[in-house]
Write a new protein. Sequence first.
Length: 381
Amino acid sequence: MDFALTDEQRILQQSLAAFARAELAPHYTRWDRNREFPAKIWPRLGQMGVFGLRVPEELGGNGLSYLEAGLAIEQVAKGDFNVCYGILNACFAGDIIGRFASPDIRDAWLAPLAAGQKILSVCLTEPHCGSDAAAIRTRAVRDGDHFVVNGEKSAITLLMAADAAILFARTAPEKKAAGVSAFLLPLDSPGLSKSRYEDMGGRGIVRGSLFLDDVRIPAANMIGPENAGFTQVMQTFDYTRALIGLMCLGAAEQTLEETVDYVKGRQAFGQPISKNQGVSFPLAEAKAKLEMLRWLCYRTLWLRDQGLPHTAEAAMCKAEGPALCADVIRDCLVLHGHYGYTQDFPVEQRYRDVLGQMIADGTPQIMKMIIARHMLGREFA
Ligand SMILES: Cc1cc2nc3c(=O)[nH]c(=O)nc-3n(C[C@H](O)[C@H](O)[C@H](O)COP(=O)(O)OP(=O)(O)OC[C@H]3O[C@@H](n4cnc5c(N)ncnc54)[C@H](O)[C@@H]3O)c2cc1C
């Protein structure tokens, strides 16, 4: 058992930590206040390599390991939690397109995605179903060398800024999970319209709904074999759930560091408030729990790098990680007194932002169903 990182991995952490501190953190609250997509920093994030983590080197990315993608997202989240949605989407799309799309699609999209010049969304959820994702109704019907697609996608991260989407649609109505295919859908295609949400957090990630009305997608844009889309997406969620654990961890760690400084500087009853165990013990508990989360996430990604099963571990990262981090941030907010409740500190925003990741990519309940199935077997769970 070797817990040591390589020199290259430590350099990756250090350079992204410095970047997050200097170039992301100063603007984190601005995108939230203005409800603005951070278009100005997107190409800079591309230059830093964070959108190419899981894009193969020969296709314009860094081709890093799953663990290294996790190390990267944790550091970026310390500066700006919300830009990490872009990293998640790029990791997801980089993997799916890199492994399953045609050479033409790979060549057209992966290098600009890695450079931060193009943005991709992932369209799975629909108004009537999210947890039960295999129940999607958006229908793709073959018409010669095209598919004609009708339906509605909801909850889509980065939709209002995206250039294309990985779209999941039903190609075999008589089957459930085995009747879903994936397509690369350019978002300037005729027949598309969008509407934006007003979210409580993650306001810069401009989520929205996508409406598809007789949209024609070339059959060559299908990603992977027909009716295999659902299986592919589920395999990819297994590792993005560990990335989400680390993304939330970065935000919680940063909040914890800021809170340590705050409680040493704030005086009550003639001494720093940090002298009270009622203040220092929640911080100590948070430190211990975040450390547990970190190693669970790292190990899950390591398992994936080794080609070993990791579905249950990934579900554990997602079931417990965002909730734990939200709890830590809320406790830190209270330790700031009334200032924590104001927009003078980023802590209230981080609380709102992290809550979104309790739902995105699967709720804690759905994650616990996955863990229970592994423990008890499908027959008894
Ligand atoms: C910030 C954010 C970003 C997102 N980004 C995207 C995106 O980019 N692309 C995309 O496709 N989707 C995205 N989503 C959607 C997300 O994946 C879904 O919201 C999520 O899977 C839950 O689906 P739902 O909202 O339809 O809730 P439902 O499935 O209706 O569930 C409602 C509640 O019932 C519970 N529940 C459901 N079934 C069971 C059960 N069998 N046992 C116990 N409890 C159950 C759930 O846990 C939940 O608490 C995003 C969501 C958020 C909040």
